[in-house]
Write a protein that binds this ligand. Structure first.
Ligand code: PGA
Length: 248
């Protein structure tokens, strides 16, 4: 049985006050939540969230990491630093980082490896742009994104990786992939992994991300190969986020 995971990606939205309200709000509604719940906070707030979620079932994640372990890398943050604040997850290869900060498939694969080397679980994001989808390249793009990681860390490492399928055209746009579109992409990802190892593919959680919200989460998560969600906008509202968690 695969784990269902609902992870909030707060992106660059936080203040000490808003983080306090958001986490307290989530914690107050967790009693009827059975899936794994993760909140991915900006670096300066990891410590605050770590303290707030102590003894709760909420898990902590970061949103990025550097591939090096330590040294002269001004402004960067290592996997060990993230772990030092009790985080268990880290988002890797988000399309915003690929597009805005030039993260190539190779860099993303190195970041996945750096996370795994420090026992952090990468929330490894893949997905196509609208242009690529319209050109019929969706599967090729996703396959290339996955291949680079499989080639570097090996298929068995996917026992400790969570994949997130995030069509770029659905992120922050309010346009969600239909359950059919999402399921087709998830099934393709699982089959791609199964080509290397069927058992590993069956055990790897594949989350959907891209305008998932309280209203559409249920029909998406009900799909055979959708094992939860990576939530941006709706993860900033405790009630909406909790509603998605309850479906998970
Ligand atoms: P969204 O973002 O839910 O706001 O579309 C998802 C993501 O970028 O992870």
């Amino acid at each position: 049985m695969r784990k269902t995971i609902v992870a909030g990606n707060w992106k660059m939205n936080a203040s000490k006050e808003s983080v306090n309200k958001l986490v307290m709000g989530i914690l107050s509604g967790m009693s009827d939540v059975s899936c794994e719940v993760v909140v991915c906070a900006p670096f300066p707030y990891l410590s605050q969230v770590e303290a707030l979620i102590t003894h709760s079932q909420v898990r902590l994640g970061a949103q990025n990491l550097n591939i090096n372990t330590l040294g002269a890398f001004t402004g960067e943050v290592s996997a060990e630093m993230i772990k030092d604040f009790g985080a268990q997850y880290v988002v890797v290869g988000h399309s915003e980082r690929r597009t805005l900060y030039g993260e190539t498939n190779t860099i993303v694969a190195e970041k996945v490896k750096a996370a795994l080397d420090s026992d952090l679980i990468p929330l490894f994001c893949v997905g196509e742009t609208l242009e690529q989808r319209e050109a019929g390249e969706t599967e090729n793009v996703i396959e290339a994104q996955i291949n680079t990681v499989v080639d570097l860390v090996g298929i068995d490492a996917f026992l400790n990786i969570v994949v997130a399928y995030e069509p770029v055209w659905a992120i922050g746009t309010g346009v969600t992939a239909s359950p059919e579109q999402a399921q087709a992409a998830h099934a393709f990802i699982r089959q791609r992994l199964a080509n290397n190892n069927h058992d590993v593919a069956q055990q790897t959680p594949i989350l959907y991300g891209g305008s998932m919200n309280a209203a559409n989460a249920e029909e998406l998560i009900a799909c055979t190969d959708i094992d939860g969600g990576l939530i941006g906008g709706a993860s900033l509202k405790p009630e909406d986020f909790l509603q998605i968690c309850r479906v998970g």
